[in-house]
Design a protein around this ligand. Structure first.
Ligand code: F0G
Length: 353
């Protein structure tokens, strides 16, 4: 049996990282494109979900972390640091553990989903809670890396986007061409920038005939790219994308403009509704932020946009198990049924008897 080797070994020739960089890998990437029968039926389009929650630590961050940590090792780093809304820290801590580096995590106090925090702790992260938001944490992480012997692995580190662009390669490799449209969440804006880089490079290599229209989605309370100005106090239940001043602002705007795309704000209620519907219709449980592309497609359909005959890829960025509390909260009051250990009682409750 041939095992998927992880994104560095699968795509090394296409990655701009130093020659001879060792691959610190947990076999990330190679994630499934799952057809959405529900959304295809609703739109008349061919809708695919790129399920990034299937990565080793449960989010797309692993694609960029294998490259960032590998380059850090190559350059002799002993410690790594990141600011995070949760997933980056979980991923960094895991890859740092594998590489024997010390992981230092800066997170906004009280705003990280429990599953992500557990991951960062279990992988040996030194967790520092900051009284501030993600943007404050990123400023601190940058300054720490400038003044102390610790390497920054946020997506401002170019090795991150090199790894993350492989998601676009996989999509084109699987579909045989680029999709017509690509929908995804935008927070710090590294991922949309990486996808655009990947699609652009593949088109230049003749692997695709075109590039997709890129549509990025932000939560209403944290939508700087939609408003065209930073947001001082970003707020959303989709804590992964609770970001007011994205670091890759210019690259994200370029992806939008060069592709003829758009940025759209989505309410928390619509995000949580899309999350629940996706889980119930397609069997794919994603975290709240990850459902925003689905919510965006539903919104466009409601507004009367015609997608028939199109091929659409929606990146669902992280696993639903990371933040079960917000998912269940979104459903409202849960009716629990408790019965005695009695088959007939269970059958009655289930409407079978
Ligand atoms: N979806 C999830 C699940 C995320 O965790 C993030 C970002 C995004 C989407 C947005 O991606 O930042 O590249 O635009 N999470 C970062 C973190 C900020 O710290 O885990 P982006």
């Amino acid at each position: 049996v041939h095992q998927w080797r992880g994104v560095i070994e699968e795509y090394r020739a296409l990655l701009d990282i130093p020659e001879g960089t060792p691959a610190v890998t947990l076999r990330e990437g190679g994630t499934p494109l799952v057809d959405s029968g529900w959304l295809s039926g609703l739109t008349g389009a061919e809708v695919w979900l790129k399920v990034e929650g299937n990565n080793p630590t449960g989010s797309f961050k692993d694609r960029g972390m294998t490259t960032a940590i590998s380059v850090a090792v190559h350059e002799g780093a002993k410690a790594v640091v990141c600011a995070s809304t949760g997933n980056t820290s979980a991923s960094m801590a895991a890859y740092a553990a594998k590489a024997g580096l010390k992981p230092l995590v800066l997170v906004p106090e009280g705003k990280i989903a429990a599953g992500k925090m557990a991951q960062a702790i279990m992988h040996g992260g030194q967790i520092i809670m900051v009284r501030g938001n993600f943007d404050d944490c990123l400023t601190m992480a940058r300054e720490l890396s400038e003044n102390y012997p610790v390497a920054l692995v946020n997506s401002v580190n170019p090795a991150r986007l090199q790894g993350q662009k492989t998601a676009a390669f996989e999509i084109v490799d699987f579909l045989g061409d680029a999709p017509d449209l690509h929908f995804l969440p935008v927070g710090n804006a590294g991922n949309i920038s990486a996808y655009w880089m990947g699609y652009t490079e593949y088109e230049k290599r003749g692997k695709s005939t075109h590039r997709p229209v890129m549509r990025g989605f932000q939560a209403e309370g944290a939508a700087p790219l939609v408003h065209g100005a930073p947001v001082a106090d970003p707020e959303t239940k989709a804590t992964a994308i609770r970001i007011g001043n994205p670091a890759s602002w210019d690259l994200a705007v370029a992806a939008k403009e060069e592709s003829g795309g758009s940025f759209t704000a989505i309410s928390d209620a619509d995000i949580l509704s899309a999350q629940a519907q996706l889980a119930a219709h397609d069997g794919v449980f994603v975290e709240p932020a990850s459902a925003i592309g689905v919510a965006g497609l539903l919104r466009a359909v409601e507004a009367g946009e015609d997608f028939s005959g199109k091929r659409i890829v929606i990146t669902v960025t992280g696993n639903g198990l990371k933040d079960t509390a917000t998912a269940l909260e979104g459903l409202g009051e849960l009716v629990e049924v408790v019965v005695d250990a009695d088959v007939d009682a269970a059958a009655r409750v289930a409407g079978l008897a």
